[in-house]
Design a protein around this ligand. Structure first.
Ligand code: NDP
Length: 293
């Protein structure tokens, strides 16, 4: 059985790995990149280099785009005929940019699927890899088998902004957790404790947050927020806001950056000032959702 042919536009670390992964899975693969030289190793592996982006789009119904941003897509595909094409854009952008891209593709007679890839280049096509997709579900289902070459196909909704919202929600969680980890390391480092010494304690906290148990706040908070019930019996927000003040003071005493702890402290106190002092930490969601002007 012939495997679907695929076009990959954009051969940065991500796109080049995607093209290589499609080739390895036996898909006839056409590539295009603004800087054509980056295609050379892929051509060695059997890819076809299209002379223009329009030719690359003409070569396959399924066109996977991986570039720096959505601006790059308009720059590249501006003159291409999208009729009958499925553009799967896996580049980063704002959710509204993705929604507008969907309208743009429709105007050109094409289908736009958006996606957020949840692994770095070496993870593409490997076990555990997954990609959030949003857009027309039937179109995504029709190409599921081919897209699964890159990682699990996780459909999150027809609103094309959703794939990026999931991606950004995950990225924010990832970056802020690791940045808080670095603040914690710097805080202890000021008293001579190495990062390696702190690691097992940090690992326990991060693991237990996700598990059921007294520290299982990930699930507990989801339930509290969805139900909008925030009883602060054992640990009031006011108590925690005072504790956050102490972390700012500790950061200042340690001579490390105070901006991160200060932002956290400010958020807590804004929620206390809004009347949530006797409630739980989850009541902070109110000032996150509706910041005071
Ligand atoms: P980059 O974000 O650096 O993208 C490089 C690609 O974009 C190159 O092919 C480059 O072409 C092309 N490009 C940029 N601007 C233009 C333009 N105006 N016109 C035409 N082509 C343009 O590298 P990555 O491959 O790392 O990332 C691709 C996307 O994937 C990004 O949106 C990124 O956020 C996302 N992503 C990246 C991850 C990672 O770990 N790297 C993980 C998950 C998502 P040229 O070669 O000619 O410069």
């Amino acid at each position: 059985l012939m495997k679907t042919s695929v076009t990959v536009i954009g051969l940065g670390p991500m796109g080049a790995t995607m093209a290589r992964t499609f080739l390895a899975a036996g898909h006839s693969t056409t590539v295009w990149n603004r800087t054509a030289a980056k295609a050379a190793p892929l051509v060695q592996d059997g890819a076809t280099l299209a002379p223009t982006a329009a030719d690359a789009v003409a070569a396959s119904e399924l066109v996977v785009v991986s570039q720096t941003d959505y601006r790059a897509m308009y720059d590249s595909l501006g003159g291409a005929d999208l009729k009958g094409r499925v553009i799967v854009n896996l580049s980063s952008g704002s959710p509204d940019e993705l929604r507008r891209a969907g309208e743009w593709a429709s105007e050109q007679g094409g289908d736009m699927v958006t996606g957020g890839v949840m692994v770095p280049p070496p993870g593409i096509g490997q076990p555990g890899a997954y990609v959030f997709y949003s857009g027309p579900e039937a179109v995504i289902e029709r190409h599921r088998k081919t897209l699964e070459v890159l990682g699990d196909v996780t459909f999150v909704g027809t609103d094309r902004g959703l794939s990026m919202l999931y991606y950004q929600a995950q990225l924010y969680l990832f970056w802020s957790t690791l940045t808080a980890y670095m603040h914690a390391i710097a805080l202890l480092g000021s008293a001579g404790v190495s990062a390696r010494q702190f690691f097992p304690f940090a690992a326990t906290t991060v693991r237990e947050l996700a598990e059921d148990g007294p520290m299982g706040f990930l699930k507990e908070m989801a339930e509290a927020i969805d139900a909008d019930v925030h009883p602060g019996d054992d640990h009031s927000l006011r108590m925690q806001a005072v504790g956050a003040d102490h972390i700012v003071a500790a950061a200042r005493e340690a001579g490390i950056d105070t901006a991160g702890p200060q932002a956290l402290r400010d958020l807590f106190w804004r929620a206390v000032d809004a009347g949530h002092g006797a409630e739980d930490l989850s009541s902070v969601i109110g000032v996150i959702r509706a910041p005071a002007p």
